[in-house]
Each structure stands twice: as C-alpha cells, then as structure tokens.
Design a protein around this ligand. Structure first.
Ligand code: HEM
Length: 435
C-alpha cells in the first residue's frame, strides 16, 4: 500500500499573533519560540502575510541557496533603504545582480591584501594612543574605540587619501554620526543621506583626475558590467559607497568589541592567543602575509561570530509558493533566519553556550553541516566583505595582542542589545596593561 502524505498546513508556533522585527522584543520572544522546532509559524498581527522562522540548516540552505531566486529581501529592509538608497544590501533581482558584479572586484583578495598596509597604519596610530592610556592607567571605552577604528578602516578602504582631504575640509570625520548616534531612525537617515553630497564631490574629482587608485572607490569607478559594458552611474555609485560604509563598520566593530571581551574573561583562551602571537614571525606589526600564522586568532574570531553574530536576524519575502519539509510556504510569506539561535542548536553545537574556538579547527568545520554557521549569510547574497572583515580583525588583534592585555571592569555577563546589530547594551570599559 502506498501511503500518500499531504503536507500539513502549518508548522507549530505561538498562539498569539506577532509581527517579528529586528529588535529586543522579537529577540526575547524567539528565545522561547525556537523550542517549537525546526520551523515555526507566527500569525501576523498588523501585517498581511504569515511569518515562518527557520531554525534548521537544511531549510536555511534551501532558502539562501537552493531556491534563492524565490526569495527577496524582506521585512526591515525598507528602513535600511532610507539610509542606503538602492545599494546591494537592499536591492533585488537583475538590478542587484548587475550591481553585485560591479562591486565584487573591489573585494578581490588581491585588493584586500593591498589594503592591509593602510589597516596596519590605522592600528599603529591606535596603538600609540593605547600606550598612553596604559601608562596613565586610564580606563578605556573599548566599544567606542572599536567603533571608531572600524569606521576609519572602511572609510580609508573606500576613499584612501581622499579621506584625509575630507577630514581637512570638514575639520572632523563627517561620517562620525554613525558611531556618535546609536539610533537607527529617520533623523539619522536624514543626517547620513546629507553626506551623499560629499561622496558625490569625491566621485566628481576622481572622474576628472587621470590617476586611478586601488581603493574600493577607485575599483568601482573602473569596473564595467560584463553584459552592458557600462560603468556605474553616479547615483548608483553613491548608494554602493554609503552601503559599504554602513555594512562594513558596525558589524566589524561589534566583532572586535566582543573579541576583546572574550579575551578578557577567558584567561586560558587568552593565554593561547598570546602564545600564538608571540611565536609569530613578524617583528613590529603583522602584515597580510603573516595572517596564516594567526590561526588560533581566526578561530577565536569565528567563535565570537558564532555566539555574538552581529547580524543576528535577517528576513526574506517569498515571491512564489514554496515547500519546506512537510510545509507549504505561501507566496508573500515573511521568512526569518536567526544566526544567533541557529548557532546554538544543541544537536549541532555540543554545549552551545561554551566558548570554544576549537569548533573552528579545519577538521571540525569540515565535519559540520555547512549551513549551521552563517554569520555572513550564504549563497549569492552572502556578505561581500567577509574576507575583509576577517583580515581587519586579525590585523588588529595580531598587533594589539603583542602589546596589551585587557582588564575588563564590567559585569561578567554582558547585557545584549539586539537591534539591527547585536551589540553590547553598555559600552565595555577596560583597563589596558602593557605586556
Ligand atoms: C564581521 C563583520 C560582518 C558581518 C558579521 C557581516 C554580515 C553580513 C550578513 C549576514 C549579510 C547578509 C544579510 C542578508 O542576507 O540579509 C551581509 C551582507 C553584506 N555585507 Fe557584510 N558583514 C560584515 C562585514 C562587512 C564588511 C566589512 C563589508 C564591507 C566593507 C560588508 C558589506 C556587506 C554588503 C555590501 C552586503 C550585501 C551583499 C549582497 O546582498 O550582495 N560586510 N553581511
């Protein structure tokens, strides 16, 4: 006898209707609701469409890779659009594909390798400031310091020495509103969008000058799409520049913030981290070529991204009907995937709350389901800056680890602020000691 199974209509989920968002309330609800299983259904409250939260790597793989063409960016991206225009983090369809092809060459490994020297110099300036702080026994706000650092790194990667000109002309970093202002609301969007004028001026000067530069902007200016053979229009270029500034600063900053936290609170892990740095072959500061020697640092950073994934929730919109396991996903459904919860599934991560960098040894990575670790997402919409972010963090910790040990002065358990990015609710204050 053949048993015909008909898809049951809806996965389990909470009785009450609710509209998920990237905020602390949704984060708290999810912590209760992920117990419903691999996929959960939430009735809409104000919205029209039902919500499905996926919490199994097979479903994640299906939506982000297998049937990615059926999914566009979803809830929340309209807010990001106010900040970024139609840059690749929010655009969809053929326009996104063409823009991604035009931005991609800027993230080639050879370009990142070329930018490593600039990143080193930014860190060397911070090193001098931290040496002063250490000598003066000052308490340092590590959250603010890593915010400033990541912002400067991405700005110099985009503009290189045009950033010095902007600083000189404006008397201050015009993009500092991103780190000075924690809110991600309309007011900030207006302030930030006003900066497009400055970006347009830099672009105009670059177009006039005959000198080409190997920074992100220089490469984007020179890249033509292979089908249309056309380069980006100014408006498109401005949106992509704004996108890289926002997408590439807070994410990297929070990663470095959390990494300093784990180094300060786990002495055994810190001891191995320092031993690796002391054994590495660089003299004053690590260069790009030394990064393979900092493999334990990489493992620490990857484990930080497991437990504190900066992008802790992302959303998609189903264009047409789809099927996930036994369930039908109707056209128009809102889909959410949370790396934070996926990265804690006990069937894939033994003792999920334990901070253990060995989870990211080559053998352990190979043995695991690839889609149960997605701090940078996966598939065609995977983060374009993943490699850049890792290089940036390794260069920072390689240099600073040679010189400093951090004494964390706050509560051991840090309160989380799950907004657009998963930040620490309060700044992390640390006393810096020279080693
Ligand atoms: C640790 C640091 C970072 C993390 C955790 C991170 C995470 C992510 C995630 C999860 C996405 C996909 C979001 C989605 O699918 O809805 C994404 C996309 C993106 N990220 Fe990152 N990111 C980081 C650093 C960077 C950096 C340094 C840059 C650029 C300088 C960057 C630029 C972008 C861009 C442009 C996209 C959109 C890609 C596309 O849709 O084609 N990110 N990032």
């Amino acid at each position: 006898m053949t048993l015909i199974t008909t898809p049951s209509t809806l996965p389990p989920g909470p009785a009450e209707p609710y509209d998920m968002q990237t905020n602390a309330a949704s984060f708290a609800h999810l912590s209760d609701w992920v117990g419903y299983g691999d996929i959960l259904y939430i009735k809409p409250q104000q919205r029209k469409a039902p919500t499905f939260v996926l919490n199994h790597p097979d479903y994640v793989k299906h939506v982000l890779v297998g049937n990615h063409a059926n999914y566009h960016k979803g809830v929340g991206f309209e807010r990001v659009k106010m900040l970024l225009g139609n840059g690749i983090i929010v655009s969809d369809g053929p326009f996104w594909r063409r823009q991604r092809r035009r931005v991609q060459p800027a993230f080639d490994r050879s370009v990142i390798a070329g930018l490593a020297d600039e990143i080193k110099h930014i860190n060397l300036r911070l090193l001098a400031r931290w040496q002063d702080s250490a000598r003066n026994h000052e308490v340092v706000n590590i959250t603010a310091a890593t915010n400033d650092l990541a912002l400067e790194i991405v700005l110099r990667a985009i503009f290189s020495d045009d950033f010095d000109r902007l600083l000189a002309e404006q008397g201050t970093n015009p993009f500092a509103c991103l780190v000075d202002d924690n809110r991600r609301d309309l007011k900030l969007a207006v302030k930030f969008r006003a900066l497009t004028k400055l970006v347009a001026e830099v672009i105009a000067r670059r177009r006039q000058s005959k000198r080409s530069k190997q920074d992100f902007l220089g490469i984007m200016l020179a890249t033509t799409d292979k089908d249309s053979r056309s380069a980006m229009l100014d408006k498109e270029l401005i949106d992509e520049v704004m996108t890289l500034i926002v997408a590439g600063s807070e994410t990297s900053a929070t990663t470095m913030n959390w990494t300093w936290y784990v180094l300060a609170v786990y002495p055994e892990i810190a001891a191995r981290f320092y031993a690796e740095i002391d054994a590495a072959s660089f003299s004053a500061a690590p260069e790009y070529l030394h990064l393979p020697e900092l493999d334990y640092s990489r493992q620490i950073i990857e484990e930080v991204l497991r437990l504190y994934p900066p992008v802790w929730l992302y959303s998609r919109k189903a264009l047409g009907e789809d099927r996930l396991g036994d369930y039908v996903i109707p056209a128009g459904a809102d889909i959410f995937i949370s790396p934070y919860y996926l990265h804690r599934l006990p069937q894939f991560w033994p003792q999920p709350e334990l901070f253990d960098p060995a989870r990211f040894s080559e053998a352990a990575i190979k043995a695991r389901h690839k889609f149960v670790y997605i701090p940078f997402s996966a598939g065609p919409r995977r983060c374009i800056g993943d490699f850049f972010a890792l290089v940036e963090a390794q260069l920072h910790f390689g240099l600073m680890g040679r010189h400093f040990r951090m004494e964390y002065l706050g509560e051991r358990v840090v309160e989380l602020a799950p907004e657009v990015n998963l930040r620490s609710k309060h700044p992390l204050m640390m006393r810096i000691h020279e080693r």
